[in-house]
Design a protein. Sequence first.
Length: 274
Amino acid sequence: MHHTLLFTVISVLFWSSRVSGCEGDCIVDITRAFLGNYSTPVGGVLNDLATQISTSMLPVAARPQNPLTLLDPIIIAYNNVSYDSLETAIFPSFFHGKCERFSKDGKDPEGCPKPNCSVVCGTPGSMVHFYPILRYLAFANTRSVFVSLMKPGSDTFTQVQNLIDDAQRCSATTRMCKRRRRSIKFAAAMNANDDVSHHRWASRSPMDLGFSPATHGMGLSPRSSSTASDLGKILGQFGPMLEKACGGHANNDTNALQGCSWEMAMKAYILSFP
Ligand SMILES: *[C@@H]1O[C@H](CO)[C@@H](O)[C@H](O)[C@H]1NC(C)=O
Ligand SMILES: *[C@@H]1O[C@H](CO)[C@@H](O)[C@H](O)[C@H]1NC(C)=O
Ligand SMILES: *[C@@H]1O[C@H](CO)[C@@H](O)[C@H](O)[C@H]1NC(C)=O
Ligand SMILES: *[C@@H]1O[C@H](CO)[C@@H](O)[C@H](O)[C@H]1NC(C)=O
């Protein structure tokens, strides 16, 4: 009796996971593959923005050795939310459900679930067939997560603004720098265990601000409102810069986003899942 029930439960689980396509490892690994691939164009844009911030907003003595550290609050927050956000955008927001629902006889339509399934459902073949949409989803999600983290007035924007204000003061007041560095290192340590989406460009010793020692007074720091407006202008370039880094044409067209397509490798990878 018990055995029969258990067998039934197992068969149902096995059968439903077989027919419903991309689940479990397939979802996790494909989401991670896009996050990993995006670390290159995203890293390039972040480095560019950080360099602009450092050179246009900080006196020479206050510039960190690695400008990217100025964006650490944004990078940490991105690493925290990017996986869930992208997974949801792909599965189930677009790719979900069984393909059989598209046929009258209850069987999978031709090419479904693999290798090339012309109805939108949650299978590898569907992701291959609608690859231009998948590619655009990954782009649009990456862009929107960063745009919201860089939005003037957001927590992460304000944290970056504070780092810049402090760096400006640092060049005049070494003691204050040390205090700020300690509290930021603590915040970094709190995040050190989170390796879900620990990207190459964020994995360098994250919070070593590396300010040059103060050699001469730089005067008073400018008022925060001007920091906010200058910072807003620089970070506001993120969307257009990412689109450019991705080869332009941010849409669902067949030949869109060629710099962030990875089409051959990604299709082969998608089809490697059962
Ligand atoms: C993109 O991801 C796929 C699947 O993981 C991988 O095969 C490919 O090498 C990656 N390409 C780049 C440029 O990172
Ligand atoms: C990480 O994200 C969760 C929500 O997904 C949020 O509650 C938490 O505060 C975030 N942690 C950091 C360090 O940003
Ligand atoms: C999938 O099939 C369509 C025709 O339905 C074809 O145009 C397309 O090239 C195929 N894609 C792949 C990756 O085989
Ligand atoms: C891309 O295609 C999806 C699904 O058809 C649609 O919802 C979305 O609006 C399209 N976006 C663009 C920019 O073409």
